[in-house]
Design a protein around this ligand. Structure first.
Ligand code: ATR
Length: 291
């Protein structure tokens, strides 16, 4: 019998060691009995990224799909042969498909993954008021898909510690997407969480025990969905406070799950059935050791 090496998939970024993507994707490969393996590819800097991407074009390279994480979601753009229209609008790519001619195609599944999780939570975005904390890569994907919705939110109010970064982000997105519903505020109190339907935290504040609570807990209320993209710990201080105020809460594990399901779909053209998705979700939850 001729030995057929497995197809290789993986994640590039820095750092990638703590990524939960291998657990989820390998669980799917195993359940589907596909001869493929998902690996970690730490790339220290832009030079390593360049060499890796050059190598990816080689005929005998066994890599057929990748996730891209921090800090390369934008730096990857010059290496693509094609970019999906949504990823082009967002200005960031987190999923690569490498076809049999070794052409590299870029997609963004972070934004759609977030929307899929909101659907699972039965949260209808139409006409809603959203308060958003942070202006990093996650906010870029979230704002873009929210502003593109035909029946989307009424208003997105954005606060970031460094206001200039929020301005640059919204200006950049605004070149390709109508960001008329987005306004940036100077003070966190001006987010008007009391009047919001959805509060999203995309900052890294809450990952450490010693992290402060950025918002006034008194502004949280029972008609609010509080969405923290952090999933380790499973319940941040923000989510704990929200729970006390009887708000609906969600951590970012669902967004991670759905971006991975969508990435798998790009790689395989296979719509995963509910049984396989359950296996992927369980493997994620089991491996998420955040307290
Ligand atoms: P990601 O790509 O995951 O969104 P990022 O690009 O590193 O992550 O963005 C991190 C976000 O967390 C930023 O909005 C950052 O605010 P600044 O733009 O002011 O740096 C925010 N952040 C990180 N530490 C913070 C802190 N101690 N207080 C408030 N915001 C913080």
């Amino acid at each position: 019998m001729i030995y057929e090496p497995p197809a290789i998939y993986g994640i590039i970024g820095n750092p990638v060691a703590h990524s939960l993507s291998p657990v989820m994707q390998n669980a799917a490969f195993e359940a589907l009995e596909v001869n493929a393996v998902y690996k970690l590819f730490p790339l220290a800097d832009q030079e390593e990224l360049k060499l890796f991407m050059e190598d990816l074009k080689e005929d005998n390279n066994p890599i057929f799909g990748l996730n891209v994480t921090v800090p390369y979601k934008e730096a990857i753009l010059p290496f693509l042969d094609t970019i999906d229209p949504l990823a082009e609008k967002i200005g960031a790519v987190n999923t690569l498909v490498i076809d049999h001619k070794r052409k590299i195609h870029g997609f963004n599944t972070d934004g759609p993954g977030f929307l899929s999780h909101l659907t699972e939570l039965n949260f209808d975005l139409k006409g809603k008021r959203i308060a958003l904390l942070g202006a990093g890569g996650t906010t870029r994907a979230i704002i873009s898909v929210l502003c593109l919705l035909p029946q989307g939110p009424e208003r997105i109010t954005l606060y970031n510690r460094t206001r200039g970064k929020a301005e640059i982000l919204v200006n950049e997105i605004g070149k390709k997407i109508n960001t008329g519903i987005v306004s940036i505020v100077d003070e966190i109190e001006d987010l008007n969480i009391e009047l919001a339907d959805l509060l999203i935290n995309t900052t890294s504040v809450g990952m450490k025990d010693s992290d402060p609570l950025l918002i006034d807990p008194e502004s949280l209320h029972k008609d609010l969905l509080v969405y923290d993209v952090i999933y380790s710990p499973k319940e941040t201080k923000l989510l704990a406070q929200a729970r006390l105020k009887k708000a609906q809460t969600a951590n970012g594990l669902g967004m991670l799950f759905y971006q991975g399901v969508l990435a798998f779909w790009h790689w395989s053209d296979v719509e995963l059935d509910e049984g396989i998705k359950k296996i992927m979700r369980k493997s994620l939850e089991k491996s998420n050791h955040g307290s």
